[in-house]
Design a protein around this ligand. Structure first.
Ligand code: NAD
Ligand code: TYD
Length: 356
């Protein structure tokens, strides 16, 4: 699926041995697949707990690569991360609980993994005097942003969901470890990401897989909340660029940067590309505390030479065609645990008039 190649300058500027925490998830696995596709790529150890969102199939394309090793484990396991830290020069931390709706239902795991887990990884970076520690964070740390403003890295955090609060907690520890111990941390704040291999709970893969099966797409509230959708390969390239050339102690926004796109527009794009009728759109009650708008100013990351290469129209075409061609990847996932979450989350929102 990878269409992107990275420049040899970028690959040469990366640390030589990288621990990728959460590398079996959506963005982490794209980062690993793209990284290892380059000649002269660093050695990679993926550490992943394989929660409901982690999937070894995402790493199947690199499974036989000589520079790749997989370790199943928890980033909160201090002894394990201290041991693995001895074998690398840097950590890139993708590992997290990541879905806002799940954080509303069950915040506990978010605090544990996103906050304590980041602390455990930072301790390993401190112990082994790593060259870099990159924390993969999110634009959600800025909270709701009024139009026409775009968030700047210097804006204060205003998290409004348990998920975004847990990501702010992680960022604050990174900044403290930089100030206190001189750990060379970097933070990326990526915007909403979509593309192949995304667990079908976030809006794009949920709506695509629902539409492919002729099932309804639950749009929260009026469908007017907007996001700055970024294609996954562009997000991975942005993380690599910050890892190579970012200034320690600094945060970098990674956003598409065009006009933000709302939920109904996502639904219509999916209907167009799957040939389904608008009857699949099902308005449900709004998400509690739903942030109405995220929008990033990514000038700082662009000054490192990074720029997104995929616009939303083409990115959605690629995404829909990948999910159409890879039912064997997502059909087994849309059972058991997923269905339990789906009913728990959406039934109360659907009210009595609609089936969901
Ligand atoms: P994901 O949910 O697809 O994957 C998360 C991965 O972390 C999974 O492989 C899971 O098994 C692993 N994991 C969870 N808890 C763990 C633990 N305790 N120990 C080890 N591994 C654990 O997430 P994603 O969408 O790929 O997001 C990756 C990172 O990017 C996250 O930190 C997220 O906050 C951030 N981010 C995501 C988006 C987005 O739109 N998806 C946007 C901006 C930032
Ligand atoms: P989501 O993909 O959950 O990402 P986040 O909440 O982290 O931004 O949601 C993106 C947008 O889509 C957000 O405005 C909520 C909306 N949405 C729906 O309308 N229906 C859904 O079923 C989901 C999951 C999201």
């Amino acid at each position: 699926m990878s269409g992107q190649t990275w420049s040899s300058d970028l690959v040469a500027a990366l640390p030589r041995r990288v621990l990728v925490a959460g590398g079996a998830g959506f963005i982490g696995s794209a980062f690993v697949r793209l990284l290892l596709a380059n000649p002269g790529a660093p050695q990679v150890i993926v550490l992943d707990k394989l929660t409901y969102a982690g999937n070894l199939a995402n790493l199947e394309p690199v499974a036989a690569h000589p520079g790749y090793r997989f370790v199943q484990g928890d980033i909160c396991d201090r002894a394990l991360v201290d041991r693995l830290g001895a074998d690398v020069d840097c950590i890139v931390n993708f590992a997290a609980e990541t879905h806002v709706d799940r954080s509303i239902l069950d915040p506990d795991a978010f605090i544990r993994t996103d906050v304590y887990g980041t602390f455990a990884l930072l301790e390993s970076a401190r112990l082994h005097q790593h060259q870099r520690f990159l924390q993969v964070s999110t634009d959600e740390v800025y909270g709701d942003v009024e139009a026409p403003l775009r968030s700047l890295e210097s804006d204060p955090p205003r998290p409004r969901s348990p998920y975004s609060a847990s990501k702010v907690g992680a960022e604050m520890q990174c900044l403290a470890y930089h100030a206190t111990y001189g750990v060379p941390i970097l933070i990326t704040r990526g915007s909403n990401t979509y593309g192949p291999y995304q667990y079908p709970e976030k809006i794009v893969p949920l709506f695509v897989t629902q539409a492919l099966d002729g099932l309804s797409m639950p749009v929260y509230g009026d469908g007017g909340a907007v996001r700055d959708y970024l294609y996954v390969e562009d997000h991975a390239l942005g993380i690599a660029s910050v890892l190579a050339w970012g200034v320690p102690g600094e945060a970098y926004n990674l956003g598409q940067g065009g006009e933000p796109i709302n939920g109904l527009e996502v639904a219509h794009s999916v209907l167009r590309l799957t040939g389904r009728s608008r009857e699949l759109i099902r308005h449900v009650a709004d998400r509690p505390g739903h942030d109405r708008r995220y929008a990033l100013d990514s000038t700082k990351a662009r000054s490192l030479g990074w720029a997104p290469t995929m616009d939303f129209t083409r990115g959605m075409e690629q995404t829909v065609s990948w999910y159409s061609a890879n039912r064997s990847w997502w059909e087994p996932i849309k059972s058991g645990e997923f269905l339990e979450f789906y009913r728990r989350n959406y039934r109360p929102l659907a009210g009595t008039a609609t089936s969901i």
